[in-house]
Design a protein around this ligand. Structure first.
Ligand code: SF4
Length: 320
């Protein structure tokens, strides 16, 4: 049987998370995303059900909290083998967790059920909610997320906007960029426009870094990452957009090693070449030479976008 409480596990967005797996296998979801790292959806459904009794969660979490120190993690995060809002006991679970720990509670949801009032009510209990928006046009949405036939994209977008209006916690969004599927400039523009109406505190642009459900799925390339970053930034503001391309940047400390500083920034934002020069020239005599070396080593790529050169961290390369 899968463990209901696991970790702590490192997370780029949330620091270290103590994970809650509230949906037992087989994988149950309202989407069957082509890039899902959990493989194909075994039960495609929009029906909410009860899985674990809240007392089981309370006991498992209580035991875990005796084993580990509270400062070993930053969030308690619902990140199950499927879609966590399919759990009808979600709200009760969160209340039980609050009785055991003062840590902020987060959830990573595909947001397909967010137009339902009971689901929004449960999500309101969280400190941080991460929603998914991979497409803003019907055709692309169906291709990338392969939704349950009863779902409606407009309703989901409406639900997201209503939730944003009422939710006082931190709302973040994630958009997974798949080469040739949702990576067209026009689609990125539409997604950015929808996100600007939802106003997430942070919008992440991600690429798959683990084996996807469909073997033909390819992550968007660096050119597309820079383009999407720029389009999102125009709609949402630069400080609200970040890349999630599989590198753990958190270990780098700004102000120490200039190369690490540069790579650490390039991991989450494409950097204009002139700005990279500025950073490096404070401590290095020949920034051009160093940048060339980092390109040769495959650490970064130089990408032209609208007459400017950007330096971007290369996508994570997998073995094999
Ligand atoms: S929503 Fe999440 S769990 Fe469901 S299929 Fe997509 S990536 Fe997988």
């Amino acid at each position: 049987m899968a463990e209901i409480v696991f970790g702590p596990v490192p997370s780029r967005r949330l620091g270290r998370s103590l994970g809650i797996n509230n949906i037992p296998p087989p994988k149950r979801c309202s989407y069957s995303c082509i890039y899902c790292q959990l493989g194909a959806t075994k039960i495609l459904t929009v029906e909410r059900s009860r899985f674990y009794d809240t007392e089981i969660l309370r006991k498992a979490l209580g035991e875990k909290l005796i084993e580990i120190d509270e400062d070993e993690f930053d969030y308690i995060t619902f990140v199950p083998d499927g879609e966590p809002t399919l759990d009808e006991s979600l709200g009760e679970h969160v209340k039980a967790i609050r009785e055991l720990s003062d840590k902020p509670i987060a959830i990573l949801t595909n947001s397909t059920l967010i137009s339902k009032e009971d689901v929004r009510g449960d999500l309101m209990e969280f400190n941080l909610v991460s929603i998914k928006l991979d497409a803003a046009s019907e055709k692309v949405w169906k291709r990338i997320n392969r939704p349950h036939p009863s779902l409606n994209l407009e309703e989901i977008l409406d639900g997201m906007r209503i939730f944003r209006r009422d939710f006082s916690g931190k709302l973040i969004s994630e958009t997974m960029l798949i080469d040739g599927v949702n990576s067209e400039r026009s689609e990125i523009g539409r997604i950015a426009e929808e996100l600007s109406k939802i106003e997430p505190d942070k919008a992440y642009i991600a690429i798959p870094t683990r084996p996807p459900a469909e073997s033909w799925v390819k992550p968007a390339d660096e050119e597309k990452l820079v383009e999407s970053y720029e389009i999102f930034s125009e709609s949402l503001g630069r400080d609200r957009v970040e890349l999630l391309i599989g590198y753990e940047g958190a270990g780098f400390k700004l102000g120490g090693d200039p190369i690490k500083d540069l790579l650490s920034i390039a991991t989450i934002h494409p950097i204009r070449l002139d700005y990279a020069h500025q950073i490096l020239s404070k401590s290095i005599q020949n920034p051009d030479e160093l940048i060339e070396r980092l390109v040769d080593l495959g650490e970064i790529r130089l990408v032209e976008y609208r007459g400017r050169t950007f330096l971007v961290r290369r996508r994570e390369r997998r073995e094999g």
